[in-house]
Unconditional design. Structure first.
Length: 237
């Protein structure tokens, strides 16, 4: 899925989440992300991911079309999962679940909220330089995702991926990630030069239109608090 299709979902959606305020959705996202980060067992992470998937249904977002984007962070987390698996296979799975859960949470936000509205909220309390970095990173992510997809396709066609040869696959993934990082640096330099040619002078102007909070906004904030509280309190299983 390309960035234009994600923008189309966020701009033309007609669900409860699309009609909710940007600030309330960001607050909910922050609470869910915090819950995912601090979760240290598989049960909580599974529950949090399930909640996010339910929110996809509420937002009428086709998870089958955008779910593959959450697999890219999972791929990057494999290396750390292998290191964590020395403490047990559950620890490795937890690392991957955290990456997938965080990616799904961010996908939920950007498919129900235009990215300009998201960054306009950030501009209220963040320096303009940081907001500009977020804007450029957002657009770069999908370009890098396409490059990663092309690299994976090329590796499979050339026989670089063997389903049952773990060491060979890890070596291939490491080489692929190294190539991707170098291409990312080159792409960032090109993007900055393009912005300069278009008149960039250290700040991308963003306008924020604040709307009165609705009942749904309060419910979203309350849901975020409940989710974080349920993550923090101990469970007896």
């Amino acid at each position: 899925m390309h960035i234009a299709e994600i923008d189309n979902l966020s701009l033309n959606g007609n669900s409860i989440l699309h009609k909710s305020g940007t600030i309330s959705k960001i607050i909910l996202t922050v609470f869910i992300l915090t819950s995912i980060i601090i979760s240290k067992d598989l049960y909580r992470l599974t529950g949090l991911i399930s909640i996010v998937l339910v929110l996809f249904v509420v937002g009428k977002i086709p998870i089958t079309q955008i779910g593959h984007l959450a697999l890219y962070p999972a791929l990057f987390s494999v290396f750390f999962a292998v290191l964590s698996s020395q403490q047990g296979w559950v620890a490795g799975i937890i690392v991957i679940f955290k990456a997938v859960g965080a990616a799904l949470t961010m996908l939920l936000l950007i498919t129900t909220t235009p990215y300009v509205d998201v960054f306009s909220v950030f501009s209220l309390f963040m320096p303009s330089l940081i907001v500009d970095i977020f804007l450029m990173t957002y657009r770069s992510f999908f370009i890098i995702a396409d490059k990663l997809h092309n690299l994976m396709t090329s590796i499979r066609l050339k026989g670089g991926y063997k389903p049952w040869q773990l060491l060979l696959n890890l070596k291939t993934i490491a080489s692929m990630l190294g190539t991707l990082i170098i291409q990312s640096f080159e792409m960032s330099e090109r993007m900055y030069k393009i912005y300069e040619l278009r008149g960039y002078s250290g700040r991308i102007p963003i306008r924020m239109d604040l709307k009165p909070a609705s009942r749904t906004d309060y419910w979203l904030c309350l849901a975020g608090i409940i989710i974080l509280t349920g993550t923090v309190i101990p469970w007896k299983i």
